[in-house]
Write a protein that binds this ligand. Sequence first.
Ligand code: ARG
Length: 574
Amino acid sequence: MTDPQIVLTERVQQALAHAFGTEHADADPLIRPSQFADFQANVAMSLAKRLRRAPREVAEAIKAELSDFPGTVEVSGPGFLNITLDDSWIESEARRMLTDPRLGVGTITPSQTVVIDYSAPNAAKEMHVGHLRTTIVGDSLARLHEHLGNTVIRQNHLGDWGTPFGMLIEHLLDIGEETAVAQLEAGMGTEFYQAARAKFESDDTFKLRARVRVTTLQSGDPDTMRLWHVFMDATVRYFNKLYTLLGVTLTDADLAGESMYNPMLEKTCDDLEASGAAVMSEGALCLFPPGFTGSDDKPLPLIIRKSDGGYGYASTDMAAIRYRVHDLKADRILYVVGSDQALHFRMVFASAQLAGWLPDTVSAEHVQIGMMLGKDGRRFKTRSGESVKLMDLLQEAIDRATAAIADRGYDETTRKEIAHAVGMGAVKYADLSVSHDSEYVFDFDRMLGFTGNTGPYMQYATARIRSIFRKAGVDPADATAPIVLAAPAERALGLHLLGFGELTSQVTAESEPHRLCAFLFQTASLYSTFYEECPVIKAPDPETRAYRLALCALTLRVLETGLDLLGVPVPERM
Ligand code: ARG
């Protein structure tokens, strides 16, 4: 374990146990980075209260226990412990990290099977920016879990089933398969849906056809199923274009839409009813998980079969959770879905527990995605009030990136590559860098900025280190000289880098990619100071040059690995 904060925590806990008894071994030493030392531990104050002793006295006792610690410990103020690590310790840890292919990132043992439900756009409605965010955050979580050695099963829970498909299929027949396919592939799903909807509302014969079609679809009629496939295949081809453009790892093998669960719904309901978990209420089959009440204080139902016999979103999610636990053998299930569905998922999880389908050994978590807002602070829409077509949005990001790098003298191919990486990197990083459950304002100007905590800044910082190696004529993999941390900027950078492994584990455990962004941003900032204060190529002597290149190489690998875990591409040069 290399992370200084973790090393310190363990050492101070040992000291506490030794000085005050083993019952204090688990106390949180409250270690935080400090402006007066590397770290400050505040545990003496809280412990002093419990022990009814003077805080400074307690602090001194801890200090005495840390006499063999590779650093200096000072007691200050009312009883703070200021801890400064020895340069030699940081150096040796940094050297070790440089030779570690995993950069101090541990693997989870035993490894877990993690089902990640993400992206999940609806075929019958528009795929909106909210889905963009669930796609990007979910994909980063998938990458993180895989990096830690977990088995990830991606589940793209497409909205590909339900009553609207009656009118969608009839509309497809009206305009002809070819036209329909062309529209859907071009991402005109919303227009398609709206046209079908308009006819449904104004034309009674169409309405009747649509109703009949729903029944034939549900009965699995081959002709209708073929038409459904024509519709869905074209829609999925559009989604795939977006995924490819974004560099998202979802493939057709990950498709597990609502339709997949259709054949399971009857049994799902029957089993829930037979076990007594579900009961009939006003003609509908319902689950009443404990602890959920409506505004009238009456128990809140999760309806799994409507009074007309139809199934809905909740029925599917009950079938899905059973499938994920029982068939996919999940240890952890992450639902990366908009925060507006929080109640739904709490009820689904509680219902699954009630039914005995979600044992304590499996954790089901809703990774809530906050709403994307426009600059006006309202739900993100185009100026004319329409929802934004994702392909257009991504294309605009690329166009703006193209303009931003226009004067850098690259040839056409390179320029296209960079613009693509910068455009997509900007959008993705913006989605990832704020905590997933907070709302955020979609703002091209800010996300494409080359300064601040943005994708382009992180890409630029990385590309700049690569260019140093090109100038030095050294392959980063060969920069293995023993790292020295003599200058303050070198020391600060080295100390920070040591935290990468532990941070990555925490970010994965807690589903918080934004903290990885913050760590990488801090890395880039510390590197930038180092670069200003410590010449690398023009270092005073060959030894200094060699170890500074090694520090550059370590920084580069942390940035590259971290950005890759976020799914943010890094162009070779910028
Ligand atoms: N298609 C849904 C939506 O757009 C999201 C599905 C999320 N996953 C699930 N298991 N319910 O809101």
